[in-house]
Structures are given as structure tokens and as C-alpha cells.
Design a protein around this ligand. Structure first.
Ligand code: FDP
Length: 325
């Protein structure tokens, strides 16, 4: 009998236990983050169950947002919330305020709901660094100031991937326990991958470096094999595969959408944070993605993220283009 494997299966590292362990490294920590996270986890469990029941898209979008907003406000640990579903930021009333700000997309990839493809929730967390009245300035901060980020993927299993700045860890929901259990500790993205992931239907409107990069993926000139193309069209699913298998995910700018499609605060930043924590990179076509300073809460940015070496290649192409101009 494999006693070691058995010990692992019986010593259940729930997400709460994991975060409590991490927080205990900081003597000043008073458990606020653990409380906040347990409310995010509650929202994820709710969405997971609603997705499994086959709720229709419109209903699910609204329901998921309501559940997350209510859970986050009632945690008593937040001051500002930005949700993809709400045009304006939510400012928590003073009696319920706490030191965190949460930016999130409650149900990303929702055009995939009605055909049963994996979708997800994405979130990023900032801390307030003052006790004055909260404003949008509290979330219009670069991604490198996030203290945690993660996503939950509702697919063949329900998996929550989290980083609090000390690596990336994956937890799978055990439906019989109703708990997320650590199943993928310390995820590292392969240094180079053999998959590229992009909506090639937009190719006629791409700029030179993106066009060249994708051409190199298909017709490499350095003797390496051509890359495979995989594109779900649901960011959480595409990024999750990229994180585990390596390769690159691109949502570039194009002539029609000069800032790309994906939103800085609750798509680009959390996924870039996770990629860097896993040993990969995230680039906007101009700079490190986490160094962007958003000016609006729903701002968009082009994004190239994934394996370190693959992102290096696209960076080199943009650097060459810049030299020409
Ligand atoms: P969706 O429109 O289905 O909500 O930002 C939303 C998103 O999905 C991402 O999840 C996904 O990566 C991207 O849009 C897909 O966009 P395209 O359909 O333009 O490829």
C-alpha cells in the first residue's frame, strides 16, 4: 500500500487552512484576509452549483454578481468593489467597511454558458492604504500593488487557483465535502510551451508584431516544431490550460479595437499576477502588464501572457517594431 499517498489524501489541506497557515507568517495579521477569502469562496461555490444546474446565461450573470457583491459587503472587510457587471464602483457603507478592495468578473466567458463550455470567476485584491472616504483611486492602481489574485473555473471539475504573492496554488472543490482541497501546490508554468491561443478570426486587423508572431508559431524558421492552436474563447479556460501546459495566450490590439478586448482591472491584472507568480510573463505590447496604471475602472488593454520564453519572443518583435519607428 502506498502510505505516503494515503497520508496526503487524509491530511486535507482546505483553502481556509492553507490561507490561515500563510497568514500566520505575518505576526500583524488578524485574520481579515481569511474572512475575505472565505466570502469569495462562498460566491464561487454558489456559481459552481448554479452552473451545474444549467441556469441560463442572463440569469446566471446577474445572480453571480449579486451573490459576490453581497458576500463581499457582508464580509465587513471591503471598502471598494469593482465588478464587470456594474458600470460604477460600489462603495461600502462606513459601518461595514474593511481594509480591502476587490475587483472581479463574476462570470467571465459568459457567451459560452449556454453550450456548457468552461467559464469562470476572476478576482484581484488591493489593500486600502488610508482610512479616509474610499474613492475609485483606491483601485486605479497598478497590478503590481495587488496583494492577491485568482480565478475559479467551472468546468468538468470546479477549481480555484490562487496566489497571495507566494506562488500559485490550485484547489479542487470536493462536492461531497463542500470544500476546496489543495490538489495543485506551487504551480509552475513550463518555461516554453508548444501551444498558442488566440482568436485568429481577427487576424486581418492585427499589427505587424502580432501577425509575425503567429506566423512564426505556424511556420517556425528556427527548426522548432510548429505550435498547436487551442482557443476556447473563455479566458479562464484558456489561461488555465496555458498555466498548466505552457505556451502563450494572446488578446492583442487590432485596428477595430486599439486597446484589445480584455479589461485591465479584473482580467489582465489578476491573470498577469498569477502568470508571474508561476514563473511566466505578461506583456501588453508596450510594457510589463502589471506596471500599467489604469485611469478608468473598465479600461481595456492588449495582453500576451504565458511561458517565459514564449512571451520573450513577442517582446522581441515589439522591440524591433519600436526601433523601426
Ligand atoms: P466573453 O465575451 O464570452 O465574456 O472578456 C470576455 C471574454 O469572453 C473572455 O473570457 C474571452 O477570453 C474573450 O472574451 C473572448 O473574446 P472573443 O470572442 O473576441 O475571442
Amino acid at each position: 500500500m502506498d502510505h505516503e499517498a494515503d497520508a496526503y489524501r487524509t491530511d486535507l489541506m482546505t483553502i481556509t487552512r492553507f490561507v490561515l497557515n500563510e497568514q500566520s507568517k505575518y505576526p500583524e495579521s488578524r485574520g481579515d484576509f481569511t474572512i475575505l477569502l472565505s466570502n469569495i469562496v462562498l460566491g464561487c461555490k454558489f456559481v459552481c452549483s448554479a452552473v451545474n444546474k444549467g441556469e441560463e446565461q442572463k440569469k446566471l450573470d446577474v445572480l453571480s454578481n449579486d451573490v459576490f457583491v453581497k458576500a463581499l459587503v457582508s464580509s465587513g472587510r471591503t471598502s471598494v468593489l469593482v465588478s464587470e457587471e456594474d458600470e460604477e464602483a460600489t462603495f461600502v457603507e462606513s459601518s461595514k467597511r474593511g481594509k480591502y478592495c476587490v475587483v472581479f468578473d463574476p462570470l467571465d466567458g459568459s457567451s459560452n454558458i449556454d453550450c456548457g463550455v468552461s467559464i469562470g470567476t476572476i478576482f484581484g485584491i488591493y489593500t486600502m492604504n488610508h482610512t479616509d472616504e474610499p474613492t475609485t483611486e483606491d483601485v486605479l492602481k497598478p497590478g503590481n500593488e495587488m496583494v492577491a489574485a485568482g480565478y475559479c473555473m467551472y468546468g468538468s471539475s470546479c477549481m480555484l487557483v490562487l496566489s497571495t504573492g507566494t506562488g500559485v496554488h490550485g484547489f479542487t472543490l470536493d462536492p461531497s465535502l463542500g470544500e476546496f482541497i489543495l490538489t495543485h501546490p506551487d504551480i509552475k508554468i513550463p518555461k516554453k510551451g508548444n501551444i498558442y491561443s488566440v482568436n485568429e478570426g481577427n487576424a486581418q486587423n492585427w499589427d505587424g508584431p502580432t501577425t509575425k508572431y503567429v506566423e512564426n508559431c505556424k511556420f517556425p524558421t528556427d527548426g522548432s516544431p510548429a505550435k498547436s492552436l487551442r482557443y476556447v474563447g473563455s479566458m479562464v479556460a484558456d489561461v488555465h490550460r496555458t498555466l498548466l501546459y505552457g505556451g502563450i495566450f494572446l488578446y492583442p490590439a487590432d485596428k477595430k479595437s486599439p486597446n484589445g478586448k480584455l479589461r485591465v482591472l479584473y482580467e489582465v491584472f489578476p491573470m498577469s499576477f498569477l502568470m508571474e507568480q508561476a514563473g511566466g510573463q505578461a506583456f501588453t505590447g508596450k510594457k510589463r502588464a502589471l506596471d500599467l496604471v489604469p485611469e478608468k475602472i473598465h479600461e481595456r488593454s492588449p495582453i500576451f501572457l504565458g511561458s517565459y520564453d514564449d512571451v520573450e519572443e513577442i517582446k522581441a518583435l515589439y522591440a524591433m517594431e519600436e526601433k523601426k519607428n
